[in-house]
Design a protein around this ligand. Structure first.
Ligand SMILES: [Zn+2]
Ligand SMILES: [Zn+2]
Length: 172
């Protein structure tokens, strides 16, 4: 993420907070900015380390957790339960930011490069999934969906010619 992008996202985040009755203080803004600039999801401890390096000021882990909680409450950041890491929300500067659909965020997590993609699978898909889970006597935790796998960049290229031409797959 470029500095310019980060700046404009921080401006959007500030007004999103105001709309929700919160205030994006300087420290909270710094934590969000660390998340936005990182190419990877971060743990609270990594944020803590990064904060003291970037801003030459130490910060307690408890403060970091408090600020992350605030950012989560404002839907500016998300916690990945399966990895215990944090990512900035991908919808900070979007109009539909406060849509109810955002109540159940969905994440595609690449286990090779740790890249996280926040996606919108759509209400229908989620309803179907929830119904199926209900049928199994199961309820999804907080409606947050985290799918682990391999992203496009990390997937080996599909070489059709070798598959079709291979004698292994040819019928006897
Ligand atoms: Zn989000
Ligand atoms: Zn990947």
């Amino acid at each position: 993420m470029t500095t310019e992008n980060t700046e404009s996202l921080l401006i959007s985040a500030t007004s999103a907070c105001l709309q929700q009755g919160g205030r994006l203080t300087e420290k909270r803004k710094r934590v969000l900015s660390i998340l936005l600039k990182s190419q990877q999801p971060l743990s609270a401890y990594q944020i803590c380390d990064c904060y003291s390096t970037v801003y030459a000021k130490s910060i307690s882990i408890m403060s970091v957790y408090r600020m992350l909680k605030f950012l989560q409450d404002m839907h500016l950041a998300h916690r990945l339960d399966t990895t215990n890491q944090y990512v900035p929300c991908s919808h900070i500067n979007m109009q539909e930011f406060h849509d109810a659909s955002h109540v159940s965020p969905q994440f595609l997590i690449c286990d090779q490069c740790n890249h996280v993609n926040e996606v919108c699978l759509g209400e229908n898909t989620l309803n179907i999934l929830n119904r199926e889970l209900e049928r199994c006597g199961f309820s999804m935790q907080e409606n947050q969906l985290e799918i682990h796998g391999t992203c496009r960049q990390c997937s080996p290229p599909i070489d059709n010619s070798s598959v079709l031409g291979s004698s292994d797959t040819a019928p006897p």
